[in-house]
Structure formats: C-alpha cells, structure tokens
Design a protein around this ligand. Sequence first.
Ligand SMILES: NCc1[nH]cc(CCC(=O)O)c1CC(=O)O
Length: 307
Amino acid sequence: MIIGTRGSDLALAQAKTIERMLSERGVSTTRKIIKTTGDTFTDRPLHEVEGVGAFVRELDDRMLEGEVDIAVHSMKDLPTVRPETFRTSAVLKRDSPLDVLLTSDGSRLDELPEMAVIGTSSMRRRAQILRYRPDLEVQDLRGNINTRIRKLNDGLYDGILLAEAGLQRMGWEMDVERLPPDNFCPSANQGTIAVVTLSGTEAEEATSMLDHRRTRIETTIERIVVADVEGGCTAPIGSFTEFVNDEELRVLAEVLALDGSEEVRIDEIIPLDDYEEHARALASELVGMGGKELVQLAVCQLSNKMF
Ligand SMILES: NCc1[nH]cc(CCC(=O)O)c1CC(=O)O
C-alpha cells in the first residue's frame, strides 16, 4: 500500500510513525511525497492562500486518482466538512495538545518586555497572546517549523508560538514554556495525527486498527463544538476536550476578537454517554452567546488588514 504525505520534515516524521506502526502489525507500505498548494506559497499568510484545507486537497485528489492509498495528516489541518468518500480511518493517540512559547533569550511570557515582538501566523494564537499581554507586538510568521525557528534565530522576533507536538515529532528538545489551555485553548485536534483512506477499501481496514478510542472521542467533540461558529473559514477559535475520568470529559472552547479584546467561551464537564448530543448542545450555546458574530468581525478585520 502507498502512503501519501507532504514533503515537510514534520509531515515525513508523521508518515514514518504510521509506516512503523503498520509494519509492526505486518502491513508493509511505500511512501510517495506530494506537493500541496499550502507548501507552494510559503511567503504569504495561510489565510490568503487557500483558507482551510490547503494542505489536504492535493492529497485527496491523488487518492481519488488511485496514486496513493493512505494519507497522513495533522488532524487539525483537516477541514471540518469532508466529502463522504473519505474516511478518517484512524486517529492516533494524541501527543501534546499544547502551544508553547520559544523565546530567543529564554524569557518566560511574563518576563518579556513591553512591545516584545512575537511571531505567529495563527489568528488564534495572536488573539490569545494579546488577550494575556496586550502590550506585546504580534507579527506574521509563515513557514514550516524549521523556517520559523530559523527566523527566530535570525533575530526577527523575540519569541514565537508553536505546537509542542510539532517539536516533539521533530525530536527537538528545546527550552520552551508550555502554555496552559485555560488561557491558550488549542486548535481543535491539535497534537493529533489522522489517517485518511477511501471508504470501504483494504487500506481503511488495515489502518483502522491504529485508532485510539479516547482520542477519537475527544477530537470528535472538539470538531462538533466549533463546527457551527466556524462556517468553513479560518478564525480565532480554540477547542479542546479531554477525559477527566472514565465517564466525563471537560470541554473548553472559545472564539476571540483578532486583538483578543473580546471573547465568547464555554468550559463545561459533559458525560461520555451521548457525548455527540452534548457537544451539539454546547455548539448552539457558543452560537447563542454571539460566537458567529465574533467570527464575522474577525473575518472583516482581516480583509481590511486592520492589524
Ligand atoms: N499549522 C500547521 C501545523 N499543523 C500541525 C502542526 C503541529 C502538529 C499538530 O498540532 O498536530 C502545525 C505546526 C504548528 O501549529 O506549530
């Protein structure tokens, strides 16, 4: 079976993880590297390139054409709405879901001077760090993990925000500050690798044994809770769910204004029984509190380049 992956170091590390797990279970695979739109325009902010799904569509197409059987993605890059033909056949056990701050001189977030420059291209991270430290200056920072760290080392930023899972998968141990989810609610599905196949295929069957039940439930809830406010666009939205015991989950989700000056937020414990129904109720709650209007506002601010 052929595994399709993007060519970045992070994507390759993720693909190799799947290859190893499958080979341990007696399934042998070969690898095919696919270039995607999201990889081509690395100098422009992601929301200008394709919006949601820039990294995913190309691999989808190659699978439909029969060139690859299995695609490996960072699950947070998978759009909320997916065509029926594709199955997320496995959701791996989650790595760290957290964001981290990496600074050029080892300063912690609370120690950074006023006007220190923070690099991120994520609207969510921008809004959350400005909410916590409105005196900081956020500047756009595009590129894969390697590029972003090089730009920090080049002295262009005082600090940058990254997903801890990315660093872990690259095997880099760095002195980073882990940002707690209460103030820095991660993106839906952050830290999770997803395996995609076509429905009803041998590849689906073979990869489904890699599925991790708890992570599958957590990530499903994270998607449901923000689906209604998201409406298919990139916006400052966080969504994080985790089991607190065998029967209950904590659901944290928020929508922010781009500058972090406004927020709509839920933080609830729900039972595992009928979790999808509870998640849908929380989704309506988020909309009822004005979540959609905040997303609209952020989208307007963006198109007017108000930051
Ligand atoms: N936005 C790109 C992206 N997609 C997945 C990860 C990290 C790995 C993960 O969250 O699973 C990253 C890098 C980052 O956000 O710093």
